[in-house]
Each structure stands twice: as structure tokens, then as C-alpha cells.
Design a protein around this ligand. Structure first.
Ligand code: FDA
Length: 513
């Protein structure tokens, strides 16, 4: 195996030859002995589960300041034969941007974070290392009636999020982030910097939901802004089982995917202590919503379509779109009057322990079915669900328009979610096995053949690639779940742009041998 020092020496020598400004390199190539190595590594680790003393660390971290550094890094990593892990915001739920089981280097793009908004054209060029908070803030600086339909957590990175088909609370009105991408820049395996025209429509298709890391290093996306009203409405309504949460969920399944497409009602389901019966647990159902319109209209709409919700004016906040972004990101900060600048906070080094899984629901779950699920969740006590309704624009876009296939026919996506603070191995084992057990329990209620999953809710339980003789078969297992019938086209594109399979990760698109 190469030593960290020998890799560092060869890499730096190579990069010095590749670049026009070699003096900068000392500040952007971090060896394991560099005093800043640990903080640079940890700043963008978001899941402590993947940062234990036994986790293999990268041999070097490279933090490019300009495009040519990325080009040089790809050429040099390839020439010395070492794996690259690409990191933008570090939010991968399995840490695939910063861990590996073989010697590797991290290409960390956090410095490449410019966001250039052109209001006349209603577009923006956003670099991969920008956070969603930065994107929303820079749009808001230029216009109070434009936004972008991407994720609800401000620290998520553009590079992983958009290449994995990122979605947010405007998906029923405007589709996914990738439905609003019109150009991109990528560095390919030969170190070439390509835009849409140069990369061609196949590769441009692949990096809008197929996961960038199988194909190259995405440097930027050009996005089309979407119109947002000057005033929008947000609300949260909570009910426990004692307050007829089951009725609420039965009705939610009918209304949330079919109602006015300006309304996105997320449903959170969590086992909590009962306030009525001491020592007992119950399920709390919370409807958390964004309406792209005024309060009176949404209260009247819900009165007609979703009476069980019991929505009142007092439950709602009318606000600007940018403040609604803050509300979704951090309700406490919103209530304290946080300014849009808060979206620029990158919250470095703020990891927690967590695990996520995903499923798609295509037929409403019956009342009996729900009651069985509540029982299971209460028995376990910790794993919760987030249901995200589809319909609207999502159902109007063809399932092969982008690699993300989960369009018409899906009522909602489920996220299994569990976070914890206990650093012990046994705590992790316990929560991971509970999440698996609940996933197994849910089999009769969710999509089958394939049992679909969302790439950005990365889950290594659904399959992993060892890149041996069975690599293609292994890839088909997770590939069919994430991409359904789009997997074959991704395989063809992979073969065309990276036939030697340089860009790999535990769930990358395999090369057919
Ligand atoms: P990270 O840097 O970890 O990258 C993720 C993957 O993309 C890795 O495989 C990485 O190698 C690859 N990659 C990253 N940058 C690349 C580049 N420039 N070129 C090529 N490949 C690249 N999702 C969602 O759709 N809606 C949401 O609202 C949320 N909310 C949310 C909240 C929180 C707290 C977390 C932790 C996660 C989410 N997500 C989400 C999931 C999120 O979209 C997903 O984890 C993204 O891949 C994260 O992108 P980052 O760049 O931050 O991750």
C-alpha cells in the first residue's frame, strides 16, 4: 500500500507540473501531518457515525480554489492510481464523500462556492461547493419574487444535492431541482472542463439525478429561477393518536398528493411520550407545510379538502419566501426573527449520529395498516418517518426525463429517520438494526419490483459494490432501486465517459465487463 507521505509527494509533484500558480498549492493540499488536516476533514463531516477512530482517513485532502486545480487533481489522482472522493457539502447519509475502505484522497470543493444570479435572464450559475442557503440568499439579494425548488436544509451542498436530483418544498409546483437545470460544467476523467454543449446530452442527462460522482467532478450548474409570490404561508399542525392522528394520516394520504400544487404538506411521524397516560408512548403526526399564497386561501382550501386537519388562521404564518426558507430550516430561529443572512452560516463541524432509509408508497395505507405501523414504531421507540407528498408537477414529468424515475404513480416518498447522541458502538448497532427491522415490516405497504429508493437518501443496506467479478450484478441491485428503468442508460453513459471506471464509490454506476 502507498504511504500517506509518498502519495502526498507524488501528488504534489504532479500538481505542480499541472498548474500555472504552483505557489498556491501549499495552501490547498493537506497531508495527514498538516496541523489543519483534522479540522479541514471534520468541518464538512455531518454524520458522526462515519467518523470513528476506526474510520479510514484520506491520505490527502485537496481544496481547489479554481477550476484548473480540479482538472489537475483528477489528472494527478488518475496518474498515481488513487481513488478520489468528491465532497461538496458533506451531507451524504453514508458519508460516501469522505470515507472509503481503500486508500483515497478527498477533493473538497467548499471554496468553489460562487453564486451568480442574472435576474434579467432569470438564471443563476451556482458552483458545486455553494450551500443551498447561499443559493437562496443570493437569489433573494437580487429579487424578492424569485426562488429555486431545492432542499430545505441550508447547509446541504449543491454538488451532491443536485447531481442526486435534490427536491424541496416547491416540488409539487415546480418539480425537482434537476427539472430546472439548463447547463452544467464538469471535469471529466481526462481532466477536460466541459459544458453542456461539449459534454453532450447524454452526460448532461446523467448528472441531473444519476449521482455526479460516477461520471466526473461537477463544477457548477446553471439553474432556471422560478417565480415565488411576495407573500407565502407556512404552518405546522400536530396531533397525537389520542387526538385522532390516525384519521389525520388516512385523510392526508388522499389530500396531500392531489391538492392545489402550490401546497406542500410534509407529514412527520414520531414515537413520543404520551401526555395523557403516564409512562405510555404515542405517535405524534405533524403536518408541516408551505403554501405559495395567502393564509385566507389555504385555510379555506383546507376547510373544504382536509377538515380533519382543523387548520386555523392562528396556526399559520404569512411571510416572505426567504423567511419561509428560514422557518423550514430552523423554526426557532424564524420565531426569534432571524435575518436572511443566517442562511449563510455553514455550521461547520456540527455532526450528529444518524441513519436514513427510503421507500415509495403507491397505494394509500389502510387504517389497519397504519395501526400496525404505530404499534411497531412504539415498540421500537425511536425511528420516525417523514412522508413527502408527490403529485402536481412531479406527475407531469416523464420518468425518463432525468435519471430520477419516481414520478407519476407515486403518492409519496417515505424517509426513515433516526438520530442519536450516544457514541457507543452498541447504540449505533441498536438503531441501525431497528431501522432495518422497520424497513422489513413496511414491505407490504411500499413499491415492489423494484422496491424503489431515493439516491439522495443514501442507504448502503440496499446494496454495495465491491468492484470484483460481480461488479455489474452488484450495481444492478442498488441501481434498479434508485433508477428503475433508467439504470441501463446510466450504464451506457458510464461506459462512454469513464470506461476504465476511475470515478467509483460504494454505489457508483458500474461498468459492464
Ligand atoms: P456530499 O458532499 O456528501 O456528496 C454527496 C454525494 O455526491 C457523494 O457521493 C459525493 O461524492 C457526490 N458529490 C458531491 N459533490 C460532487 C461534485 N461536485 N461532483 C460529483 N459528485 C459530487 N435531500 C433532498 O433532496 N432534500 C432535502 O431537503 C434534504 N435535506 C437534507 C438535510 C440534511 C440535514 C441532510 C444531512 C441531507 C439532506 N438531504 C436532502 C440529502 C442531500 O440532498 C444529499 O445528502 C446530498 O447528496 C448532499 O449533497 P452534499 O454536496 O452536501 O453532500
Amino acid at each position: 500500500l502507498p504511504t500517506a507521505q509518498s502519495v502526498y509527494d507524488s501528488f504534489l509533484r504532479c500538481l505542480t507540473q499541472q498548474t500555472k500558480s504552483p505557489t498556491q498549492l501549499k495552501n490547498i493540499v493537506f497531508s495527514q501531518t498538516n496541523p489543519s488536516f483534522s479540522s479541514v476533514l471534520q468541518n464538512y463531516i455531518r454524520n458522526s457515525r462515519l467518523n470513528t477512530t476506526s474510520t479510514l482517513k484520506p491520505l490527502i485532502i485537496v481544496t481547489p480554489l479554481q477550476e484548473s486545480h480540479v482538472q489537475g487533481a483528477v489528472i494527478c489522482a488518475k496518474s498515481i492510481g488513487i481513488q478520489i472522493k468528491i465532497r461538496s457539502g458533506g451531507h451524504d447519509y453514508e458519508g460516501l464523500s469522505y470515507i472509503s475502505d481503500k486508500p483515497f484522497i478527498i477533493l473538497d470543493l467548499f471554496n468553489l462556492n460562487s453564486v451568480s444570479v442574472d435576474i434579467k435572464k432569470q438564471t443563476a450559475v451556482i458552483q458545486a461547493g455553494a450551500t443551498l442557503g447561499e443559493v437562496y440568499y443570493r437569489i433573494w439579494e437580487k429579487s424578492k419574487v424569485h426562488g429555486f425548488p431545492a432542499g430545505v436544509c441550508s447547509t446541504v451542498g449543491v454538488g451532491g444535492h443536485i447531481s442526486g436530483a435534490g427536491y424541496g418544498n416547491m416540488l409539487r409546483k415546480h418539480g425537482l431541482s434537476v427539472d430546472n437545470v439548463i447547463d452544467a460544467q464538469i471535469v471529466d476523467v481526462k481532466g477536460r472542463l466541459l459544458d453542456r454543449k461539449c459534454m453532450g446530452e447524454d452526460l448532461f442527462w446523467a448528472i441531473r439525478g444519476g449521482g455526479g460522482a460516477s461520471f466526473g467532478v461537477v463544477l457548477s450548474y446553471t439553474i432556471k429561477l422560478v417565480p415565488v409570490p411576495e407573500t407565502v404561508t407556512v404552518f405546522r399542525v400536530m396531533k397525537t393518536l389520542e387526538e385522532n392522528a390516525t384519521d389525520l394520516v388516512v385523510e392526508w394520504q388522499k389530500v396531500a398528493p392531489t391538492t392545489d400544487d402550490r401546497l406542500f404538506m410534509r407529514l412527520l411521524l414520531q414515537p413520543v411520550s404520551s401526555r395523557k397516560v403516564k409512562g405510555a408512548k404515542t405517535i405524534r403526526a405533524s403536518v408541516v407545510a408551505l403554501f405559495l399564497g395567502r393564509v385566507d386561501e389555504v385555510v379555506s382550501l383546507m376547510g373544504k379538502e382536509f377538515p380533519t386537519l382543523g387548520l386555523k388562521k392562528e396556526d399559520c404564518n404569512e411571510t416572505s419566501w426567504i423567511r419561509s426558507v428560514i422557518w423550514w430550516d430552523d423554526e426557532d430561529a424564524f420565531n426569534k426573527g432571524a435575518k436572511p443572512e443566517t442562511l449563510l452560516d455553514r455550521k461547520l463541524n456540527s455532526a450528529i449520529f444518524g441513519k436514513r432509509k427510503s421507500d415509495y408508497v403507491q397505494k394509500p395505507i389502510s387504517r389497519d395498516g397504519l395501526e400496525g405501523i404505530w404499534k411497531k414504531m412504539i415498540e421500537q421507540g425511536k425511528v420516525g418517518f417523514v412522508f413527502n407528498p408527490y403529485g402536481g408537477k412531479m406527475a407531469q414529468i416523464a420518468s425518463d426525463a432525468t435519471p430520477f424515475p419516481h414520478r407519476a404513480g407515486n403518492l409519496f416518498k417515505m424517509q426513515y429517520s433516526v438520530n442519536w447522541n450516544d457514541p457507543s458502538v452498541s447504540a449505533a448497532q441498536n438503531f441501525l438494526s431497528e431501522a432495518k427491522e422497520l424497513y422489513s415490516y413496511m414491505t407490504p405497504f411500499v413499491s415492489q419490483n423494484p422496491r424503489s429508493a431515493y439516491l439522495n437518501y443514501r442507504d448502503l443496506d440496499i446494496g454495495i459494490n465491491h468492484f470484483g467479478a460481480n461488479s455489474f450484478k452488484e450495481g444492478q441491485v442498488y441501481g434498479a432501486k434508485y433508477f428503475n428503468n433508467n439504470f441501463d442508460r446510466l450504464v451506457k453513459i458510464k461506459a462512454a465517459v469513464d470506461s476504465e471506471n476511475f470515478f467509483t464509490n460504494e454505489q457508483s454506476i458500474p461498468v459492464k465487463i
